[in-house]
Design a binder for this molecule. Sequence first.
Ligand SMILES: NC(=O)c1ccc[n+]([C@@H]2O[C@H](COP(=O)([O-])OP(=O)(O)OC[C@H]3O[C@@H](n4cnc5c(N)ncnc54)[C@H](O)[C@@H]3O)[C@@H](O)[C@H]2O)c1
Length: 241
Amino acid sequence: MRFTGKTALVTGAASGIGRSAALALAAEGANVALNDVQGGSLPSAEIGRDRSSEHLADVSEPSSVERMVNDVWDRWGRLDVVLANAGINRDGFLEQLTNEDWDEVVRVNLGGAFFVCRAAFPKLTDGGSVVITSSVSALGNRGQANYAASKAGLMGLARTLALEGAARAVRVNAVAPGFTDTPMVRAIPDKLRTKLVERVPLGRMAAPLEIARAMLFLASKEASYITGQVLFVDGGVSVGL
Ligand SMILES: NC(=O)c1ccc[n+]([C@@H]2O[C@H](COP(=O)([O-])OP(=O)(O)OC[C@H]3O[C@@H](n4cnc5c(N)ncnc54)[C@H](O)[C@@H]3O)[C@@H](O)[C@H]2O)c1
């Protein structure tokens, strides 16, 4: 069990990749602080109330994030792992994207990870670890100018925080998932989804757990000399670009 005695904070833990990662961390011994903006599906019952805590907060609101991290500290008295994972998309081609589409996506995806890292960093145990969820879309994806820009920004954030955390052996990495079977992707019309899957060299979407496993690897001692890196977990999509 790689995370016994550790406390992990997972944002966006009510759905998809974050939920899967929270369950995987708990299965490997961690106490898990579960964040989401909506609480309905947080996996606290599955994990157990003694091993998890719920923290409803919008990661794009700096004061809510500060409060959340303080609550996590009050509940567990330590913080070893942060998965800055919450994210949204508001897709459209450039001319269709509204100011709100831009602001909302950049504020939640890029701002959210920044606010969470800024609040959590001083509390992270020496030798702790942060994993930020970027995306293969950071390399460029039609109809996702706002989302791609936010996810590319996260790569810069991860690399910079890796440098700033290194003196305390705090490691910061990013995962860049490809097409993953979560509610975010289920919203895409069937025909387009089939077309997108056809472009994946491995010929299928990822299961959320396949992304979560990569996050846990980066967060664990197995990755003790890996920092400032982006791990593409994308079935080969980025290789063919
Ligand atoms: N599904 C994919 O194909 C894919 C690919 C690459 C990257 N990603 C990224 O993976 C991460 C998880 O996405 P997912 O596919 O599991 O999507 P999802 O929609 O299933 O889960 C995202 C969760 O984040 C929460 N959330 C949204 N805004 C929030 C906020 N302001 N504060 C707190 N929580 C908030 C949502 O309520 C939801 O529970 C996101 O950052 C997403 O951009 C997903």
